[in-house]
Each structure stands twice: as C-alpha cells, then as structure tokens.
Ligand binder design. Structure first.
Ligand code: F3S
Length: 413
C-alpha cells in the first residue's frame, strides 16, 4: 500500500504513539480491503460516543489515546450518548451512568471532539460537500452523508472512525471509489408518500430486499424534504445495511436514471405500491390493545421542522403517556427560542437531548416509566425496540403517535 512521506512518519511513530496506533489500524484495514493508498479526510462523526456502545474497555482505550494525542486532525462530532446530559435525573438516568458518560465525552473532547451528541450532525452545521471524503459512523448518518449530501464515507465503526479522526486519513476503498457508488437495484415508487413514516416503511421494505446494495428510487418527486430523507436512510440501514441510495432527479449523484446506475444493469427491479407500503407497516406494527406508556419520536434526532409539527399537534392537549421528543442540544435551544419547546412541555411531553431509546442507558428510565408498550413513527426504532426491550411496539404516523400519547392507546385507523 502506497503511503506518503507524512503517512509513513505517522506509521513509524514520529508523530507520537496514538497517531502511530491509529495509522496502524488504517493500514491494516486498507490491507484487508485491498486499498492502494490513503485518502485525506476533513471530517469524522464518532459512532462510539455512548458508553452503552463503548463499554469500559473501549473507554479506557479512548482515554489512553487521548493522553498521547494533541488534537484530532479532522473536524469530529460525537454521536448519540447514553444519557441526557442536560437533565439526567428528571429523565431517570442513574448517576453512575452519567459519570461514565461524562468520562467518555471528556476523553473525546480532550482530542478536540465536539460533544454535540447527535445522530443528525448534518442538521447542526456538520455538512460535508458533494464529493468530500469523510469518516462517519452511525448508520443513518452514513446513509444521509453519502446519499443526500453526496459526500463519501464507508460505514465506520468506533476504532476506525477514531483512527481517521486522529490521522486525518482513511484507506481508499468502498464508497470512496466511483465504481462502488453506482446503483444496483431499481425501485419504482408508486405508493403515496407523505408522513415521515411512509418513507420509513419504504426504506424498511427495500432494505430487506437489497441488504448492503445500492438502491435507486424513481417516482419520488422534488417535494421530498430532509426529514423524509433521513427517515428513509435510517430505515434502509436498519432492515438492511444500506450506506448509499440514489433518488432520480433528487439526490446529487442521480440527475438521471442512467447516471445513477453508471452503466450497471439492475440486479432486480421492484415496484413499491400501496400494498407493499401496507405490508412494511404491518411488519413493524403487529400489536393491538396494550396501553402505551412511552411515545418516542426523533429517531434519527428531530429537526426543528419536526418539532414544530409535533408542537402543533400537541397544542392545548395533555399527554397520558410519557412522551419523548429526541433531538440535539442546538435544535432544542431553537425550539425554546421559537416557543415550540414550551408548547410541547406544557402538554407534559419532554424534549430529550444527547441520547436515544436505542443507544441510551435506558433500564432506569424505563423502570421509572413502567413500560407496557411503546409507539414511534420511526421504522428504525420500531425495528430495534422489540428485541432490545422486549415490549410491544406500535408504529405509525406522527399524528397517530401524538394521539397515542394523549389517549394512552394507539389507534390503528
Ligand atoms: Fe439516532 Fe438513536 Fe435512532 S442514534 S437514528 S435516535 S437509534
């Protein structure tokens, strides 16, 4: 594998032991995947940012790397944490978990990591350009960066994202290369898609079919918005392992179907109509009649626009179930500045920041709630919650979920 003079110095230990260790990781990865060279990266998004994911061993490793590393070479944001660092006690997190999370956050911050603790860094200013090489972790953020922004990232795990942040390099393989960004499957969308959950259902259905392939969608018009696209990517990466999708006429590498396919013949072609939409929704929404104790919206973390929608649906009402709107600190700030945060909290719901129902240390908060069933508009959360928490999960539109929070039961109609 070709290394520049500077990369060779990193590998030789001339830039210190942490940089050397990080470069060793990148070279080993490059050799496994047959990379011929390294590519400089300007930014990283760190998936191992929750102590639930990182664990004690990884926490010690990251602290050790931080002791010998002056500063990340790439601009680095931190993914979702294990607790809400704003008001952990109110949500029900244990002090021990808060302290462990603070240790991990602090270790990353020492190296220059930005402790935004969100899976939607692109909603708060971390927005790589089309064609820019980056090293991002967190499956939903990866799909958004590759597909909607046209940036180039592989599915980075904790160690490789950390190594990329420290060295500012990634091995040149996978989605960094033109040949791996071409479409492989075509999906003609004929179903009516409006609520964000419709896009989740589409992603869930397609992800099961294509696995880690590159799907190309036709039939989705320009009126599609950022919130719908983040739900689509999150669902594709949950039932499947999709890191890149194209939408003809919408996403940057798909001005036409021919451009999106890049000369590839489709391996398969499907139609996604009303029957397929109903089928995907039914797979995620299998329960009836259990009282709903938790409604969780904001997987991936909510935008301000989604919070406004929720606030309008909640205005003047009171919730019976615990209702979490998951988001990032900056979006919460603007939700309060614009008055929508107050509307949500007046209804008895909460804007929960930094964490989420999957990557959070949720045992204590869920015990506090007294979990019976959960409702969500996120296909990703509906996919993971039943296995993780062993609870019935309802899946539907944002409006159905808000109504479930107010009434304490989920209405399937
Ligand atoms: Fe984000 Fe957690 Fe969902 S990291 S995408 S809110 S599972």
């Amino acid at each position: 594998m070709y290394l520049t003079e500077e990369e060779q110095k990193m590998l030789n230990g001339e830039r210190g032991p942490s940089v050397q260790k990080a470069m060793q990781i990148q070279v080993q990865l490059g050799e496994i995947y047959g990379a011929e060279r390294m590519i400089p990266v300007k930014s990283a998004h760190m998936p191992g940012s929750s102590v639930v994911v990182a664990g004690e061993g990884a926490l010690k490793f990251i602290e050790k790397m931080g002791e010998n590393c002056e500063e990340f070479a790439a601009y680095t944001t931190l993914n979702t944490a294990a607790v809400d660092l704003d008001r952990p006690e109110e949500i029900g997190f244990k002090d021990g978990d808060v302290q462990r999370q603070k240790r991990l956050t602090c270790a990353y911050e020492k190296m220059g990591g930005i402790a935004c603790h969100t899976c939607t860094p692109y909603l708060i200013g971390h927005v790589p350009m089309k064609g820019e090489h980056v090293a991002w972790g967190e499956s939903s953020a990866i799909a958004f960066a590759n597909s909607v922004l046209g940036a180039r990232t592989n599915r980075e795990g904790g160690p490789s994202a950390l190594a990329a942040a420290i060295t500012g390099r990634v091995p040149a393989y996978g989605y960094h290369l033109d040949e791996n960004r071409k479409g492989q499957y075509i999906i003609d969308v004929q179903a009516r898609l409006s609520d964000v959950s419709d896009f989740g259902s589409l992603g869930y259905w397609v992800g099961q079919k294509v696995g880690s392939g590159v799907p190309v969608f036709t039939g989705i018009g320009h009126e599609v918005n950022t919130d719908q696209l983040k739900m689509l990517g999150a669902a594709l990466a949950s039932s499947g392992a999709v890191a890149l999708f194209h939408i003809v006429g919408v996403t940057p590498e798909a001005p036409t179907l021919e451009a999106a396919m890049g000369g590839n013949e489709p391996k398969e072609r499907w139609t996604f109509g009303e029957a397929e939409k109903a089928d995907a929704c039914a797979k995620l929404n299998k329960h009836q009649g259990q009282p709903v104790s938790l409604v969780a919206l904001g997987c991936p973390h909510s935008s301000l626009n989604e919070i406004i929608t929720i606030a309008k649906l909640l205005e003047g009402r009171l919730v019976k179930a615990t209702f979490w709107v998951l988001t990032s600190q900056p979006v919460k700030h603007f939700a309060y500045r614009s008055g929508y945060g107050q509307i949500i909290e007046a209804a008895g719901a909460k804007l929960v920041v930094d964490t989420c129902s999957v990557l959070g240390e949720m045992s204590a908060p869920m015990e506090k709630i007294g979990m019976t069933a959960m409702a969500t508009n996120s296909a990703k959360l509906a996919h993971y919650a039943p296995g993780q928490w062993n609870i019935p999960t309802y899946y539907g539109t944002t409006e159905q979920c808000v109504n479930a929070a107010v009434e304490g039961v989920f209405n399937n109609d």
